[in-house]
Design a protein. Structure first.
Lengths: 287, 69
């Protein structure tokens, strides 16, 4: 059994544990079930699943940023190419839909950059995408090169599998999750993902036990009632007090032209109504 | 632009979308860009915090990444 430091909620000897798990995760690529699509393809043999990711990760951005939650910034954010969802409104669609975008990810070299960023004042290291879950072998190897004291943020779409949860358990300080849709129909239509609600809820409930959970919801134009309301009501009922970041900065990007209702920014009225609902439900809003 | 290899090296990348109501949406906000935006609109408390995150104060504002000029 692996020791967990209950005060920091961080695993003792994280680097060592990550290294061991990285090897295990790599063998799992032969029958890839890291995300909830459960494709079962052999990525080591060149097969690709819905994410189209190969056996090794690529990245399209690695820099210190200040646009995330105030308690996390400045953060050294590493964005890995490729994703298991197909959100038509993805602001990084070109790189998130294309697992071959960007540069090859060298875990050791990236860890050097991350350590430098920490020395220069970064408070956290954030691993994101695309979706980092599909690149867990390289992510775990990256973590194995980081100091155990580094504060790590797992920025995810919360569509990982039970297998992925096992691999990341105890390693991260913050699980920063997008809860994008309030119903399966919107999820299927806008991101081509089935059974979304059940999967995300399962991951959020797990994450709340594993580390500090922050849930983000990007308010989409004309989706207040069908998406934000059910998300907010579920969070209020099932994860009371959890930190919630309600974002009104919807950016009509990528393939949003496919959906008439998304071809605009969120109106001030919708933002106000969304905030009003959050307050009524006593959500713990952060920014 | 985001999959330009240069964006992954020493160069830093932020993206802005200026809406017709004067609001500016920012993606991948860097400290440099935050300092610039804070200077352009000193009234924007959120942006001031992002330009100097070590101040660390927590505010509750829906539009953390949406800024008016």
């Amino acid at each position: 059994m692996i020791a967990v430091d209950s005060s920091s909620r961080k695993m003792a000897l994280r680097a060592k544990v990550s290294s061991e798990r990285a090897s295990r995760a790599r063998t799992m690529l032969a029958d890839c079930r890291l995300c909830a699509h459960d494709c079962g393809v052999n990525r080591l043999a060149g097969e690709v699943g819905l994410c189209h990711a190969g056996a090794t990760a690529r990245f399209f951005s690695a820099q210190v940023e200040v646009s995330d939650e105030l308690e996390l910034i400045p953060t050294f954010a590493v964005a890995l190419s490729g994703c298991d969802l197909r959100c038509d409104f993805c602001i990084t669609g070109q790189s998130s839909w294309n697992a071959r975008a960007g540069l090859g990810f060298d875990p050791g070299a990236m860890a050097v950059q991350a350590r430098n960023a920490l020395r220069n004042g970064a408070k956290t290291i954030m691993i994101l995408g695309g979706e980092p879950t599909i690149h867990l072998p390289d992510v775990l190897e990256f973590i194995s090169f980081l100091p155990d004291t580094a504060r790590l943020v797992w920025k995810t779409n919360a569509h990982g599998s039970a297998q992925a949860r096992e691999l990341i358990a105890g390693l991260f300080d913050v699980y920063l999750a997008d809860f994008k849709f309030g119903n399966d129909a919107c999820a299927q239509r806008l991101a081509k993902v089935p059974d979304y609600i059940h999967i995300v809820r399962e991951n959020l409930l797990w994450a709340a036990q594993d580390c500090d959970l922050i849930v983000r919801h990007l308010l989409m134009p004309n989706h207040l009632e069908c998406c934000w309301r059910p998300v907010a009501e579920w969070l209020s009922a099932n994860l009371p007090g959890i930190k919630v970041n309600l974002r009104s900065s919807f950016w009509p990007a990528w393939q949003t032209a496919r959906h008439r209702e998304l071809c605009e920014a969120v109106s001030a009225e919708e933002s106000r109504a969304a905030l009003c609902l959050a307050r009524k439900l006593d959500l713990n809003l952060i920014s | 632009m985001k999959d330009d290899p240069n964006a992954s090296g020493s160069e830093q990348t932020s993206e802005l979308l200026i809406l017709n109501d004067g609001n500016i949406l920012v993606h991948n906000l860097t400290r440099t860009m935050a300092e610039l935006l804070a200077e352009l609109n000193p009234e924007d408390a959120t942006m001031r915090q992002r330009a100097r995150p070590e101040a660390g104060a927590t505010i509750r504002d829906i539009s953390a990444d949406r800024h008016s000029l």
